[in-house]
Write a protein that binds this ligand. Structure first.
Ligand code: NAD
Length: 361
């Protein structure tokens, strides 16, 4: 199979971690008989340096012509980088928001995986996390409170602010379908999180999710109120497979879930639209403090590449091979500096990439 992949190396550690992910993809290609047509795209500071803007229309068109885009991270140190002397709409982060919007990426996927080998980094009690956990948070990304009308005005002499939370049934249905499709590739359990005891938008959410569930008889659906979910994540994280939720709840819960896994360098993510297209990137930023030192952890980007194979190309076996190789490298005791602990072998960015490649079979 030929895979047409847009590559955004980005800024800071971006080029270092994307290089390792490409190395791993190439190894998967060799072993499983796939080839890649990579198209390098500029975004963020790298684009400002060349074009004066963080994202050009040509880049958007090129991204759309690919089957998926793999991205490092963008941005620099706002205190010293000249990019931050530009007006806000021309800064690196504006390019990120624009590409997500232009590609209609409404579903954000963030896996939260605690590897047994890294359980020392988890702040929860050991008996709660024995054996690790593996959940996927699917957050609606383009609707709800963050995109509703908002205003601040004086009402009866009192300053009053209002933010509207709106969802229509189509917005709910399309993300619910995505969540059930992904649950079918995992442990076939969806927990839909809402606040249906209070909010109309949540009651509609629940109704539409139940309708979608009828098309997936193999998947178990449960509903959970968001306040309970926040508690359950730290009480019994092993109960979760796919968490499906709206924008603001997902924003908060996905950060909570990532905190209980340990290092930011391990956290992959994907943003999908209603085709197979997706933008795959690590959850962390461009880490300007360690850029160019060759010590960044590329695993989040490598795991994002595995998600790309799974969700944009339906190459589940190949994605499994990458995830297994990462787990094996950790089991064999290799660590980048951010996840280093006593008795383990510290390696740099390129070395851990090579070690993962060697374990892909
Ligand atoms: P950051 O995630 O870049 O860094 C926070 C801390 O985590 C730093 O100490 C960094 O060294 C460490 N870290 C992050 N990724 C790591 C990795 N792979 N391996 C080892 N250590 C890692 O967050 P920040 O410092 O707040 O932001 C830096 C820049 O990144 C800013 O310009 C910000 O706007 C941008 N940013 C971009 C994205 C994105 O591209 N999606 C996301 C978040 C932040």
């Amino acid at each position: 199979m030929e895979l047409k992949v847009g590559i955004i190396k980005g800024d800071g550690i971006g080029p270092e971690i994307v290089t390792e992910a490409m190395k791993v993809l190439n190894k998967v290609g060799e072993v499983y008989g796939h080839s890649y047509l990579y198209k390098e795209l500029l975004l963020g500071g790298a684009s400002i340096d060349v074009h004066g803007v963080p994202l050009t229309d040509e880049t958007i068109a090129e991204a759309k012509s690919c089957d998926a885009v793999l991205m490092g991270s963008i941005g620099g140190d706002a205190k010293v980088s000249p990019w931050y002397k530009l007006e806000p709409s021309k800064r690196p982060e504006a390019g990120l928001l624009k590409i997500r919007k232009s590609l209609n990426l409404f579903a954000n996927l963030r896996p939260a995986v605690l590897y047994d080998e890294l359980k020392g980094a988890c702040p929860l009690k050991e008996e709660l996390t024995e054996g690790g956990f593996d959940m996927m948070i699917m957050r609606e990304l383009t609707g709800g409170l963050y995109f509703g009308n908002r205003y601040t005005s004086e009402v009866d002499g009192v300053m009053t602010a209002c933010d509207e939370l709106t969802y229509n049934e189509n917005e709910i249905r399309r993300i619910a379908i995505r969540a059930f499709d992904i649950a079918m590739k995992r442990n076939k359990k969806v927990i839909s999180v809402d606040k249906a005891n209070v909010l109309d938008s949540s009651r509609l959410w629940r109704k539409v999710v139940e309708e979608v569930a009828k098309d997936y008889p193999e998947v178990t659906l449960e509903h959970m109120l968001v306040d309970n979910c926040a508690m359950q994540l730290v009480k019994n994280p092993k109960q979760f497979d796919v968490i499906l939720t709206e924008n603001m709840f997902g924003d908060i819960l996905s950060d909570e879930a990532s905190m209980i896994t340990g290092s930011i360098g391990m956290l992959a993510s994907a943003s999908l639209n209603d085709t197979k297209f997706g933008l795959y990137e690590p959850s962390g930023g461009s880490a300007p403090d360690i850029a160019g030192k060759g010590i960044a952890n590329p695993i989040a980007t490598i795991l994002s590449a595995a998600m790309m194979l799974r969700f944009s190309f339906d190459l589940d076996k190949e994605a499994d091979a990458i995830e297994a190789a990462v787990a094996q490298v950790l089991k064999d005791g290799y660590r980048t500096i951010d996840i280093m602990s006593e008795g383990k072998v510290q390696v740099n960015t390129a070395e851990i990439g090579n070690l993962i490649c060697e374990r892909i079979a």
